[in-house]
Design a protein around this ligand. Sequence first.
Ligand code: PEP
Ligand code: MG
Length: 323
Amino acid sequence: QKSEWAKLKNEPSQSADGRKLIVGSNIGTPKDLAGVLASGSEGIGLYRTEFLYMDSAELPTEDDQFEAYKSVLEGMNGKPVTVRTMDIGGDKYLPYLPLPEEENPFMGYRAIRISLDRTDIFRTQLRALLRASVYGDLWIMFPMIATINEFRAAKKIFEEERTNLKQAGVAISDDIKLGIMIEIPAAAMLADRFAQEVDFFSIGTNDLIAYTMAADRGNEHVSYLYQPYNPSILRLIKQVIDAAHQYGKFVAMCGEMAGDQIAAPLLLGMGLDEFSMSSTSVLQTRALLRALDSKDMAKLAEKALNMDTNEEVESLVAASVKI
Ligand code: PEP
Ligand code: MG
């Protein structure tokens, strides 16, 4: 099978009936680029920039960050690169940035919440990204967005930094896309409002499932509640995709679910535009999607959305799709 998949390295990702798709990679550092290029990935759907902060003994400077972003953008040769701003907090901490002691860090001070508070750190990151933007096709997204006002505040800071740099004569791409992660149920529920203000969504199912099920992703005692095929999760995802498309916006998924062979047929059927995953799953997923008819999968997804349990959906897909 592996050798069959390898033949698809330079083939486009599309369904059997010709619906264009993107199968992209998730990365943590510029070192992951080799794997991305080897996989024939059509873009980077998630660059987790927090590793830049975690692998450093102090806050990375604007220039350090600029070099990292530039190397990834250049390395991708014009293919889209979605960079997520710092997602620190939860289980990721920085020795040089003391965070408050919290009972519940996953529901605490983290990600965009830190960025909007420590705007000095946020502005440095945005300046580095703006300066790097001329080296490729840059998409920027904010993690853990819960409210429209958070997005507006982040966008306002981004626009201020863009204006300042432009006035200083720095070259900046005029086609940077600005989007959000959909990983908090509040944002998923309000997707039709968000869709009017953002350029794109990226669904973060790792957190979205955890917050929807109220079950910590890392807690083995409740791991049975990680249920990507639960119709409650599928309905949320469907709602997000429909809302985005209603306003002509692009929807990606960068959680584990995007590379899951049972979930992918349903996601195709629900209209997902981009599947981003570990580079090692890219070719297998491309092979699967190329064998599926999007209209058949839409019918399958419709059935799944009207089932009761994760297990029923899993059996339905396993019985209907040759994986
Ligand atoms: C997610 O929550 O699905 C996601 C992709 O982000 P992370 O796993 O980095 O929290
Ligand atoms: Mg997340």
